[in-house]
Ligand binder design. Structure first.
Ligand SMILES: [Fe+2]
Ligand SMILES: [Fe+2]
Length: 164
């Protein structure tokens, strides 16, 4: 069961721009994951700043595509890591990852007929930090709690005689 954090960083939506900056408290202690989260935060931040500056969905299309591409890579990386260390919540966590794409798909569809930029902004400034601080922290705790790599079962080529 994944827990949700109630403490979500606050951002100034307008006037000062949507501040999405890396803080040490976001670190999970896994260098590669932290580096990917920094990149994601930067991609989220670029979109948010565009919205604050008045950009429409069509203006942001390229940045949203970039975000989708990198998020896809990051999620696959994380899901692989969770499986390697036998994290029991991998399926629920994978669903949370898919939910990001579903939300973007939904807003993109609605962007044709209505203004969804502010909704996108509010979604972006909460989703990533909440996901890192709750869901991602869950698997990192599992890994650091002494989880070991899931070992593959010994196999032998079909028809081969063991012990020869
Ligand atoms: Fe993550
Ligand atoms: Fe994740």
């Amino acid at each position: 069961m994944l827990t949700r954090v109630s403490r979500i960083p606050t951002y100034r939506f307008f006037g000062g721009g949507a501040k999405m900056q890396w803080k040490d408290e976001y670190s999970l202690g896994i260098a590669e994951i932290d580096a990917q989260h920094r990149e994601l935060l930067s991609l989220f931040g670029r979109i948010s700043q565009g919205i604050v500056a008045g950009a429409s969905w069509s203006d942001l299309h390229y940045r949203v595509s970039e975000l989708r591409q990198f998020a896809d890579f990051h999620f696959a990386f994380e899901e692989g890591l969770m499986r390697m260390f036998g994290f029991p919540g991998v399926q629920e966590h994978t669903s949370a990852h898919r939910a990001l794409f579903s939300k973007l798909d939904d807003m993109e569809r609605r962007s044709v007929t209505s203004n969804v930029e502010r909704e996108l902004l509010q979604f972006l400034v909460t989703w990533l930090i909440q996901h890192i601080q709750a869901d991602d922290r869950d698997y990192s705790r599992h890994i650091f709690s002494g989880a070991t790599l899931v070992r593959s079962q010994p196999t032998s080529p079909a028809g081969a005689k063991l012990g020869t």
